[in-house]
Design a protein. Sequence first.
Length: 194
Amino acid sequence: MSETLGPADREDAADLGRGARSVVLVGLMGAGKTTIGRRLAQLLELPFVDTDQEIEDAARMSVAELFAAYGEPEFRALEARVVARLVEGGRQVIATGGGAYMNEGTRRLLRERSVTVWLKADLDTLMERVAKRPTRPLLRTADPRGTLRDLMDKRYPVYAQADLHIHSRNVKRDVIAREIIQSLARHDRAKAAS
Ligand SMILES: Nc1ncnc2c1ncn2[C@@H]1O[C@H](COP(=O)(O)OP(=O)(O)O)[C@@H](O)[C@H]1O
Ligand SMILES: O=C(O)C1=C[C@@H](OP(=O)(O)O)[C@@H](O)[C@H](O)C1
Ligand SMILES: [Mg+2]
């Protein structure tokens, strides 16, 4: 296990080794799935993969270009296939794009084959973060804050179906990653005991 973990964290991470399922991060744009996922994978010494990155590599186009050229439904179909393929692979940390978990088939698959972690952030935090880069086609609206708020209303009840809920906020990424590890360990212990 990673040398960068403290003794208690190492114990949690070792416990996690018993559950062979991939860890899948879900949540709204800007929640930190890509950033925290990469760090979490380092700490757990697991491969890291991001579904948007996989799609972009395969299509040799950015997500925004894909939306523009083929439309959102085509992107969603591609995304569902990518998640399904990744979750059948070996154990890894998978950061999804914010819309992936909204697909019912994807949710069913993830429920069976992975542990899902909802990174939950408040609107101000999300807004501050997504404003940094104009890469998200869904937020290219006259009122991105309103769009994000609408997405929160629609999606939060669905994200709430994830196995674990972690409060994503502006603290060091390591803090969030370690909270996830602790929460995963508790989840595994509870499952082992049941
Ligand atoms: N804990 C954090 N503290 C401060 N900024 C963060 C944190 N986590 C992520 N960010 C920043 O927020 C932005 C969005 O993060 P990202 O990982 O791309 O989110 P997502 O993949 O969920 O859309 C990035 O600029 C990232 O650097
Ligand atoms: O929420 C969404 O529907 C989307 C989220 C994005 O990923 P991030 O959540 O990583 O920003 C990306 O997949 C696409 O722009 C659509
Ligand atoms: Mg991302």
